[in-house]
Design a protein. Structure first.
Length: 252
């Protein structure tokens, strides 16, 4: 079992001089960290002697590294756009939705958010963190805010935007800012709140919040048999159970 957090621009290409691992390398969105860590261990238990490798980062950073030659078998994105772009470029094949997630508002335990407060009160909070525009959670957040403005008004939207103090490159960094007390609230996935027990989750109206759809693809540069093996396990009874235990929903 090997994990790596990928920095944008990191030199993790295939030309490192090491033999390829006897298992798949999986590029996985940051929000999949805990679930895929357990999936990795379960896959290895079924493949004695094999060593899977997770590379974790924002979906946009992983897609960039795939374009720049990072050798891997599977890319699991937190949205459809990044995965399907690689397919359109001839770098990946067989996209499918394998899980879903819910966007929520995460509230710091130190924030002034009394019981009974609702989204109309969001502009009162001084420090709000969101994902960068190129990150899936940032795109989902922008779509929600645009839809919510029609209900709560342009002044509400302006107030929220005026209090955005940081835009982060992956959703775990967004959640961590709130968990560490560096922000009052942030838009993250429900599964990320579960990873930071101190946070409170405020559900968003279902008619306004887009559902996060997770898409995986096989990367053309990788070993097709290893990719198919991992992807088959991911949607097996055991794989789906692990995803569900970590709060992910079934594909639509």
């Amino acid at each position: 079992m090997r994990w790596a957090w990928l920095a944008v621009g990191a030199a993790l290409g295939a030309g490192c001089g090491r033999a390829a691992p006897a298992g798949p390398t999986v590029l996985a969105a940051a929000s999949l960290t805990d679930a895929f860590g357990e999936l990795e261990a379960a896959w290895e238990a079924e493949h004695p002697g094999a060593d899977a490798r997770l590379v974790l980062a924002g979906s946009q950073a992983l897609a960039l590294q795939a374009r720049q030659g990072l050798r891997a078998e599977v890319f699991a994105s937190a949205d459809e756009a990044h995965a399907r772009a690689l397919v359109d470029e001839g770098l990946a094949r067989d996209p499918r939705v394998f899980a879903t997630n819910a966007l929520v508002l995460a509230i710091s335990p130190e924030a002034d958010w009394p019981d009974g407060a609702d989204l109309r009160d969001l502009p009162r909070l001084e420090r709000i963190v969101v994902g960068d525009d190129g990150v899936p959670v940032g795109r989902y957040t922008a779509a929600f805010l645009d839809a919510a403005a029609a209900r709560y008004g342009a002044n509400w939207l302006a107030g929220v935007r005026a209090h955005v103090v940081s835009r982060e490159s992956n959703v775990r960094l967004v959640a961590a800012k709130v968990a560490m007390g560096e922000a009052d609230a942030a838009f993250v996935y429900a599964t990320d709140v579960a990873a930071f027990p101190a946070l409170r989750a405020v559900p968003l109206p279902a008619d306004l919040a887009p559902a996060a759809r997770y898409v995986d693809v096989s990367l053309v540069a990788g070993d097709a048999a290893l990719a198919d093996d991992w992807r088959t396990f991911l949607v097996s009874e055991r794989g789906r159970a692990i995803l569900a235990e970590h709060g992910f929903g079934a594909p639509p």
